[in-house]
Design a protein around this ligand. Structure first.
Ligand code: NDP
Length: 335
């Protein structure tokens, strides 16, 4: 059984030598457990936070221990009456080829409903994050302007499409022309900005939002957000979902933007951080809507799939270089 451990805590941007692949025995099953062979592993920006010891909403990973995250796999052996060999399941599992888990800690997924990898993205945390962040905090209304940073990523792309369904003008900010073209041509975004090539992000956002910004769905923080929040309208809403631009900073002084308070007071705007798990009691309702929009073709999703267990660290590091369009997933080839 191969597994990936956190070998050392990254300083700045994570590098391959922060990870180690180790060979161990396939675990023995206890009563109530199932053995799961990994098929797809999710790599996610939030995992960077767990690699540091900074206080957060979730425990840090331990050095020299297996990293864990979202995985879809197949039950290959069962000592539980809840699941049988051949069932496809998802849960928070170790980055390893085989995991022994209590059946109660994982959830069976339906392969007929959607491809298995979708349970790590649009039918998993990604979709739920977009749904609650936009609809509960953003509360977009017809005719309003919604700006999304990290727009061509997994969450951003879902937010944009849901915002379009609500009849808003949708403006996406992303890091390459390939991404901005995809958003406009494939997903019907009204305007896009490549933040890496634009001369002045503030002026570009202003031009793309002639009526100002009513909802800013923030995935990235930093200078992009400083520009967008300067353009907030009265009573604007800002779901603060992620701040990937600061996940790798090494000194706090790098994390200081212009002061937001006067703007919030003048506009009476609402800026609210959230963690998708806050909404756990309402996941069913959201999953029903997301599943329905998918089946009706109203919601599309994109994945960037890297193959090979040994490439999990590289795929994770790639998130910080913008290598992914949509959800970054690693497909585990069977030996
Ligand atoms: P993405 O698919 O969006 O992948 C990350 C993307 O971030 C990259 O593709 C890259 O795109 C962009 N990026 C990387 N570095 C920077 C930078 N310095 N400045 C601006 N953009 C950058 O990941 P997810 O959709 O899974 O997550 C999006 C955000 O939402 C993350 O910040 C994540 O932490 C957060 N999140 C929050 C949750 C919550 O419960 N609050 C739950 C899930 C995710 P580009 O080429 O455009 O630069």
């Amino acid at each position: 059984n191969e597994q990936i451990l956190l070998k050392s805590r990254p300083e700045g941007t994570p590098a391959e030598d922060n990870f180690e692949i180790r060979e161990t025995e396939v675990p023995e099953l206890k009563e109530g457990q199932v053995l799961i062979q990994s098929l797809y592993i999710s790599v996610d920006p939030y995992m960077r936070g767990r690699m540091s010891t900074a206080k957060s909403y979730i425990e840090p990973f331990k050095v020299d221990e297996v990293i864990s995250g979202g995985v879809v796999g197949e039950v290959v052996e069962s000592k539980s009456d809840k699941l049988k060999a051949g069932d496809k399941v998802t849960g928070m599992l170790g980055w390893q080829r085989y995991n022994a888990m209590d059946a109660s800690q994982i959830r069976k997924v339906d392969e007929q409903l959607a491809p298995l990898s979708a349970y790590l993205g649009i039918l998993g945390t990604t979709g739920l994050t977009a749904y609650f962040g936009l609809l509960d905090i953003g509360q977009p209304k017809e005719g309003e302007t919604v700006v999304i940073s990290g727009a061509a990523g997994a969450v951003g792309m879902a937010v944009g499409q849901i915002a379009k369904m609500k009849g808003t003008r949708v403006v996406g900010i992303a890091g390459s022309d390939k991404k901005t073209e995809y958003l406009e041509k494939e997903l019907g975004f009204d305007a896009t900005i490549n933040y890496k090539t634009t001369e002045n992000i503030y002026k570009s956002v202003k031009k793309a939002c002639p009526n100002g910004v009513d909802v800013y769905f923030d995935n990235v923080g930093g200078p992009i957000s400083d520009a967008v929040t300067s353009l907030l309208n009265d009573f604007a809403r800002v779901p603060v979902c992620g701040a990937i631009s600061s996940y790798n900073i090494t000194s706090l002084s790098e994390d200081m933007g212009p002061r937001i308070q006067p703007k919030l007071i003048k506009t009476r705007a609402l800026m609210k951080g959230f963690i998708v798990s806050d909404y756990a009691p309402r996941f069913k309702e959201a999953a029903r809507d997301l599943g329905q929009w998918l089946s009706e073709g109203k919601l599309k999703y994109e994945e960037t799939i890297v193959e090979g267990f040994e490439n999990v660290p590289q795929a994770f590091i790639g998130l910080f270089k913008g290598e992914n369009l949509g959800k970054q997933i690693v497909k585990i080839n069977q030996e």
